[in-house]
Write a protein that binds this ligand. Structure first.
Ligand SMILES: [Cu+2]
Length: 295
């Protein structure tokens, strides 16, 4: 009897642990902690392209702000992120979380064509520390014999040696280009360097590696800039820069998308005017013959 009791207890424990495993199913995309001075912001990108996974287009994130309050959470597509960065009107894909102590948001139907950007902005007057994690749902059927998903097709153009704590590595960018980079072995640690044409000169730009992330993670620098990565973690990290040929190109559909509604309205108005003109022309001979008949 006692033996059966312990078997039953074992079964209950197994079922319970399986339940916990299911409930904690969180396909981590990336995460780190940002130290934000008042007025400062950091951007973290999500690009659902991978050699390793097929993503379903569903992502969510969690943020925790310490001390509570003062931090806004905004999520942009590439076009609107660029506008936001340039200080222009920008439309987030979701209603922003404003001055939150913590929060989570979810979004579906994202594509792997271009990166998206999670922006954490300190709108308050005190320094804030934001711990954030981004999750992306994975199509696990790929691991069950289904064809693999889209590839990064990344060709690593430049690599640092392994960087231990306090080690630094730098390189100078001499041509306009877009690089996406990642750490090895931590492939979820990623960043973007966009090198833009410039006639002026620029000082060195520092990127720190801390809390399993690059800070700042997304940088735009003029040609001729030296970028220096310094590892502040107790783990060994590295920087592996891959050139994105042609950079990020907005699909023509997004341009068409903004022009198409106007074009449709113009076409509809033209058709209505044309029909009215045709009807008037058709009526005229009819009227004439009637007057002739009535004569
Ligand atoms: Cu690493």
């Amino acid at each position: 009897m006692r033996r059966w009791g312990s078997v039953l207890l074992l079964i209950i424990l197994l079922v319970a642990s399986a339940g916990v495993a299911c409930a904690s199913h969180k396909p981590l995309y990336k995460g780190s902690a940002d130290a934000l001075a008042p007025g400062a912001w950091e951007a973290h990108f999500v690009w659902l392209r991978s050699d390793y996974f097929t993503y379903t287009g569903e992502i969510w994130w969690e943020v925790y702000v310490d001390p509570p309050g003062g931090v806004d959470v905004l999520f942009f597509d590439l076009q609107n992120f660029e506008a936001f960065r340039d200080g222009q009107a920008a439309r987030p894909l979701l209603d922003p979380l404003v001055a939150v102590p913590d929060g989570t948001q979810r979004l579906t139907d994202l594509t792997g064509d271009l990166p998206y950007f999670l922006v954490l902005r300190n709108g308050g007057t005190a320094s804030e520390r934001v711990t954030w994690t981004i999750y992306a749902e994975i199509d696990w059927r790929r691991w069950q014999g289904q064809p693999p998903g889209p590839d990064w097709n990344l060709t690593i153009a430049m690599s640092s040696p392994p960087l231990n704590r306090s080690d630094a590595w730098e390189t100078t960018f001499s041509e306009p280009a877009v690089f996406v980079y990642h750490c090895l072995p931590h492939i979820d640690m990623t960043g973007i360097v966009e090198v833009v044409p410039s006639t002026g000169t620029s000082g060195p730009v520092n990127v720190t590696i801390s809390h399993m992330g690059f800070h700042p993670e997304v940088i735009r620098v003029p040609v001729g800039t030296t970028v220096r990565w310094t590892n502040l973690d107790n783990l060994t990290h590295s920087v592996n820069l891959a050139l994105i040929p042609g950079g990020f190109v907005l699909p023509p559909s997004s341009v068409l998308g903004s022009v198409l509604p106007i074009a449709l309205v113009v076409a509809a108005v033209t058709v209505v005017i044309a029909l009215l003109v045709l009807r008037r022309r058709e009526r005229r001979p009819e009227g004439t013959s009637k007057t002739e008949e009535s004569r």
